[in-house]
Design a protein around this ligand. Structure first.
Ligand SMILES: *Cc1c(COP(=O)(O)O)cnc(C)c1O
Length: 420
């Protein structure tokens, strides 16, 4: 459920007609709905209400915009960060350091130190090597780092290969069959407080089965560790819940997910953390775009060329992902079209043979479900600059990220004197 609906034949974000945003801010522009973010946060929290004080750490990489983080901070969320830059954002949004967890296989010493000094709640160690390095750093700087060991459960998440993270050949976590030995070794480190296990098997999961399978393996590992005398007080179950990208698509609900988790973890006796990203932010945003022109194709439907491109929304080019495409003021007349951006790559194609409302040059349209892994993946390819972002709240809206024009990006470049 989201708050992007038609009123009087015009698509609105909450109470704001999208043409008003296009007029004021230009296109392309990402538009987020505060009410939708809050609704998703509430639904997710309520889905976990059978658990004892679960911690919810929003996966910042899904949408790192400061205003979006602020909305979620006010909902009591913490953050799952994967870089020093994301940590800086989470803190800037007012998230309590104790509610921040730090994941990622390539945390640098500078980033580990930044996180130690910020006093974050938990490091999710992705390797034994990282554990020893963090222990040394922590001791040298007078800290003790609370840690979970991320395991790779070798489970097929049955999602797109590029966003699958829990198979043996993926770079994430430590192999399950070595996890107990590594955990016990790291528990002896003076700079570390090993307190739990973390797992995250992938994103946009369309079924709960792989998650249940992975959590079952984590539960068995916790039992094994306790038998060896290791303390385990925490478990971090990651993110991964999918969202419907096509109208009418049915996915596991947060409530079904919460019920499964409650059942599987009943005897674990640990404090649980969750790292949802997409399920919170995905349907809370659209990419608003304007048609530049239509072009006849060789025999097929026309190419509708919009002013958004793969540099603004990379998912279709990266993963062959589907985004619903809707006219802001539908003509009521449907026809197939190829929806493409202006970039000089055939990959800059949002949809082929898509049945949609006929659109004329200058008309507005949206790519839906663009609130997660949208603006955050933008690049300046083809020297197109970075897209603006807007947050809507009832009948008001604000620019929450300025458009960064191509000349501002060029301003950071120099021609050396010896070349001039
Ligand atoms: C990406 C990521 C998430 C969030 O995944 P979603 O599918 O957006 O919920 C959570 N945890 C980790 C470690 C991640 O890398």
């Amino acid at each position: 459920m989201d708050h992007f609906t038609y009123r009087g034949g015009i698509l609105h974000a909450e109470d704001v007609p999208l043409p008003a945003i296009a007029e004021a801010v230009g296109t392309p522009v990402y538009v987020y709905s505060r009410a939708t973010l809050e609704r998703h946060a509430r639904v997710f929290r309520e889905a976990l209400s059978a658990l004892d004080n679960p911690q919810i750490a929003f996966a910042v990489k899904a949408n790192p915009n400061l205003a979006v983080l602020k909305v979620l901070q006010k909902q009591g969320f913490g953050a799952d960060v994967v870089s020093g830059g994301e940590l800086t954002r989470a803190l800037a949004a007012g998230m309590a350091p104790g509610k921040i967890v730090f994941s990622g296989v390539g945390k640098t010493h500078a980033e580990l130190l930044q996180a130690l000094e910020a006093g974050i709640g938990q490091f999710n160690l992705e390797s034994e090597e990282e554990g020893y390095e963090l222990s040394l750093l922590a001791q040298r700087h007078g800290h003790r780092a609370a840690c979970a060991l991320r395991v790779n459960p070798d489970v097929d998440a049955r999602t797109h290969d590029k966003i699958s993270t829990g198979k043996r050949e993926n770079k994430f976590g430590v192999p399950l069959d070595r996890a107990a030995d590594i955990y016990a070794a790291l528990a002896d480190e003076a700079g570390l407080e090993m307190r739990g296990i973390a797992v995250h098997i992938g994103s946009q999961l369309a079924s709960l089965e792989p998650l249940e399978d992975a959590f079952g393996r984590v539960g068995a590992l916790i039992g094994q560790l306790r038998k060896r005398g290791c303390a385990v007080t925490h478990a971090d179950l990651g993110g991964g819940l999918g969202v419907p990208y096509k109208a009418g698509e049915v996915l596991p609900t947060p409530a079904e997910y919460g019920a499964m988790v409650a059942r599987v973890t009943r005897d674990w006796n640990v404090a649980l953390t969750f790292e949802p990203g997409r399920v919170i932010a995905g349907n809370a945003g659209v990419l608003l775009t304007r048609v530049i022109r239509s072009k006849r194709s060789a025999g097929g439907p026309p190419f509708v060329i919009v002013d958004a491109a793969m540099n603004d929304l990379a998912r279709p080019a990266l993963y062959g992902a589907w985004h619903d495409f809707d006219a802001v003021e539908p003509s009521g007349e449907l026809a197939p079209a190829h929806i493409v951006g202006p970039i000089c790559e055939t990959g800059d194609t949002f949809a082929m043979d898509r049945m949609c409302d006929t659109l004329a040059p200058g008309d507005l349209a949206v790519f839906r479900t663009a609130g997660a892994y949208g603006a955050t993946m933008a690049s300046s390819y083809n020297s197109r600059g970075f897209v603006a972002e807007v947050l809507v709240d009832g009948d008001q809206f604000a620019v929450v990220a300025d458009r960064i024009p191509a000349d501002a990006i060029m301003g950071a470049e120099r021609v050396p004197e010896w070349l001039a």
